[in-house]
Design a protein around this ligand. Structure first.
Ligand code: HEC
Length: 121
């Protein structure tokens, strides 16, 4: 009997740990009217500059450097750029929680820029 109580108390401990508050990412939905062709200079660079560059200028946190077009493009082509901002569970959420996440329009712009081949325009 004691054995069972021991096992149950261990299980309860594990279950209660899972209830620890983990902040979940919130993407603020905003109305979005994007140009058909996304401009790196006018749209993507300002998003990266405002939200990512505080941590991702050379050498860049986690070795991720987004401070030039060439560097941003290489992270984009590896898939890491989009996966981190859309909160793919296999990637670390960016910007790190509890910081504000990109809004839905910024995410859409980055996705479209990548789909269009990361133009340098
Ligand atoms: C407050 C600092 C900070 C900000 C702001 C920030 N990052 Fe990061 N980022 C980090 C750190 C620290 C790591 C390394 C995390 C690790 O390896 O545990 C990282 C890692 C990454 C990675 C690699 C993720 C992976 O799963 O391997 C990508 C991609 C990335 N950041 C993109 C971005 C983008 C895009 C933005 C802006 C939208 C951004 N980060 C904003 C601190 C930041």
């Amino acid at each position: 009997m004691k054995k069972y109580l021991f096992v149950i108390s261990i299980l309860l401990t594990i279950l209660s740990c899972k209830k620890d508050k983990v902040p979940s990412p919130t993407v603020v939905p905003v109305n979005c009217q994007l140009e058909d062709t996304i401009s790196y200079a006018n749209q993507i660079q300002p998003i990266l500059s405002n939200n990512c560059l505080p941590c991702h200028q050379y050498p860049g946190s986690g070795g991720i450097n987004l401070d030039t077009y060439v560097n941003a493009k290489s992270i984009a082509l590896s898939g890491q750029l989009v996966q981190s901002i859309i909160h793919d569970t296999n990637y670390i959420i960016m910007p790190p929680l509890p910081q504000n996440q990109l809004d839905s329009c910024q995410i859409k712009a980055v996705k479209r820029w990548v789909l269009q081949g990361c133009l340098d325009n």
